[in-house]
Design a protein around this ligand. Structure first.
Ligand code: GLC
Length: 650
């Protein structure tokens, strides 16, 4: 059951896609300790209650015991105690005697104190007086999440090739660099579906331009790469460079499409290309115009994009010099070390006529950029597109996926990747993943292999790293065949992973879940955060520590243990309970639930070569419902599912 409470004049965030009747404020008293107040929501937590949700935040899957701040910010120090990341996902689920969820729908800052004070209380403080609060009561935490996913609308559906392996690096400067990367993967027999083009492909980092000297004849080149099964995926940043002669800049200025400064002029902020203006993505007219700009790329045959720097990230502004100390007095008192005062220096004009500082509507800026591009690409392309963004807010999941930003090559970040996935799924972001191997820092061979073994199971599987780090494409490491083995597993599992993604998206369900959602009566699984459920049949228990040969796995029920090596799959039935499993670096072990099946296909150099129909069924089940389509049609529906029976030839 879902109830909406509305206060003041909320800013339209578009997070909730269904009409939910507005309830009388008195009803809120049932949930809150004090008199029902939306700005300070406070309720007691039972001793053993777990609190889930919050999407892209640090720490574990159970969010209890800390304070989190929804305020999108670009900060690569992904430490455990970092209060906020690039996205704002204001949905929490209390898993106690009467499970319930709460979604605080406001683009302004929100602070979640989840028993951080150790007083057994969940307190949520919203900075704005104008907001919508949705309360969801359910039979279980999972039921609450499913109801929530049901009202925020269906996840974005990427094409099949977006589930292939992607190679990326900031620093591929020329067409030759990109071609070499493709060739080296091919030589090493490592499958590959796309290569990302970071800011270096542009003319002086200016959006919607291509450096024709370094990437001559991109149209022809992208077509030739596509014939080889490789898509090119360019980056697009939020700021438009101030440069007379640049048509996007000129059009934006002429039509008043940019955010304004304190004096009412177009606001200037420095990002990669130098001084830029930010499009006022909160207005429909501006979104339409911005989305239309992607035609520059789609006309070159490009069908995949990543949107970046859209928190927005700012190096300096017309009011603040680069390197200046943050103005802690004007900024967010909770985050004095960050340049949050900048967001008070520029303004949006909403479609309802109101003017708001970016600070007041901060958390939907990136989401509205995603929406602008998603709606644009929907108009420009006949087929499904790939889109993922760094910044996000719930609702943006209908237009694109997200990646979890500038992590680093550390074991903590690998572990964080595992924790992020179910929390993001609870907030609608099914298509997501981390920079495999780590963005900052240098990845070791061991870390890269263990990380790949996790990314095999995340919808977005992309190796990305920063320009100043040691190169980390898989072919560069000793014994690249070990890397090939792990990435080959991804392709062999795609008939399952793609099917499970599409079914979860179409049913508005989660793909990756904490064990506690599937085994709610098993007390032991509540403490387990380093194992996850992936789709209806699979449980994973990845190795997340350096220097170990294996790990202890907890099985809530008897399962089939599947070991994948260069020799293929070997299956073994194992009992419930704890078990120690050895996992060499060039193998992956995962589990199939009792009575369930996993369709596995043949290996392929890319998804264009993959035959989703030609599968073998692993596991102890009798049948499996497989979603199959051509991988790019927009006409997706559950009627595309076919039933595969064990032992039956199609
Ligand atoms: C940002 C992005 C990163 C990208 C870099 C250069 O830091 O998060 O992925 O490589 O900018 O564009």
């Amino acid at each position: 059951m879902i109830t909406q409470f509305s206060y003041g004049t909320p800013v339209e965030t578009f997070a909730v896609a269904e009409d939910i009747p507005v309830s009388d404020h008195e009803r809120l008293r049932r949930f809150t300790r004090e008199k029902g107040s939306p700005q300070i929501f406070s309720c007691p937590l039972g001793e053993g209650d777990a609190v889930y949700g919050l999407g892209e935040t640090m720490r574990g899957i159970n969010k209890r015991g800390a304070r989190y701040i929804s305020f999108n910010y670009d900060d690569p120090r992904h430490r455990d105690d970092m209060p906020s990341m690039y996205g704002a996902h204001n949905f929490v689920v209390v898993d106690g005697e009467s499970p319930f969820g709460a979604f605080f729908d406001t683009p302004a800052k929100v602070v979640f104190d989840i028993d951080a004070k150790r007083d057994g209380t969940l307190t949520v403080a919203c900075e704005s007086q104008d907001l919508r609060l949705y309360l969801i009561e359910g039979e279980s935490a999972y039921d609450v999440v499913k109801q929530f996913l049901g009202v925020i609308g269906r996840s974005f559906l990427p094409p099949l090739w977006a589930f292939g392996y992607g190679q990326s690096r900031w620093g591929y400067k020329t067409k030759l660099d990109v071609s070499r990367v493709a060739a080296r993967h091919q030589e090493a027999g490592i499958p590959l579906d796309y290569i990302c083009m970071d800011i270096d492909y542009m003319d002086r980092y200016i959006d919607f331009t291509v450096n024709r000297r370094r990437f001559p004849n991109l149209e022809d080149y992208s077509a030739r790469m596509k014939e080889r099964g490789i898509h090119l995926v360019p980056i697009v940043d939020a700021g438009i460079k101030i440069e007379p002669g640049n048509p996007v800049y000129e059009e934006g200025v002429r039509n008043g499409y940019f955010c304004k400064n304190r004096e009412g002029k177009d606001f200037k902020a420095e990002v990669w290309p130098g001084m830029t203006h930010f499009p006022d993505f909160l207005r429909e007219e501006v979104r339409k115009w911005f989305g239309e700009q992607y035609r520059v790329y789609t006309s070159l045959g490009l069908e995949g994009f990543w949107n970046d720097m859209n928190e927005p990230a700012i190096f300096s502004t017309e009011y603040r010099a680069k390197g200046a100390k943050p103005d802690a007095e004007r900024g967010d008192p909770d985050q004095p070390e960050r340049h949050t005062a900048d967001f008070k220096d520029f303004f949006h004009r909403l479609d309802d006529g109101r003017e708001k500082s970016n600070y007041e509507v901060h958390n939907i800026f990136g989401a509205m950029m995603t929406r602008a591009s998603g709606e644009g690409l929907e108009r420009l392309l006949d087929n499904r597109y790939l889109l993922f963004s760094r910044s996000s807010y719930i609702g943006a999941h209908r237009y694109g996926g997200i990646w979890t930003g500038d992590n680093a090559s550390t074991w903590e970040m690998l572990r964080q990747n595992v924790y992020h996935m179910p929390s993001l799924n609870m907030c609608g972001f099914l298509y997501s993943g981390a920079d495999t191997g780590g963005f900052g820092g240098n990845s070791s061979r061991e870390l890269m292999l263990r990380w790949l073994a996790v990314s095999v199971f995340t919808p977005l599987m992309r190796n990305h790293s920063a320009i100043f780090t040691k190169k980390q494409e898989c072919f560069r490491f000793r014994n690249p065949e070990d890397f090939r083995t792990i990435i080959t597993l991804r392709y062999r599992l795609l008939p399952y992973l793609y099917s499970e993604f599409m079914k979860a998206a179409l049913r508005q369900d989660m793909l990756i879940r904490p064990l506690a959602f599937d085994y709610p009566r098993d007390e032991k699984v509540r403490q387990i955060e380093d194992q996850l459920m992936v789709g209806e049949s699979v449980m994973i228990a990845p190795v997340l520590e350096q220097g170990v040969k294996g790990r202890i796995v907890y099985l809530p029920e008897p399962m089939t243990e599947v070991r994948f090596s260069s020799e293929g799959f070997t299956c073994m039935d194992v009992c419930a309970g704890e078990r120690t499993v050895m996992v060499p670096l060039n193998q992956v072990v995962f589990y199939i639930r009792q009575g369930k099946l996993v369709p596995v296909g043949k290996s392929a150099a890319n998804t264009a070569e993959l035959d989703l129909m030609d599968v073998e069924l692993l596991g102890s089940g009798k049948d499996y419902e497989q979603y199959v389509d051509d991988g790019y049609t927009k006409k997706c529906g559950l009627d595309r599912c076919i039933v595969r029976r064990k032992g039956e030839k199609l």
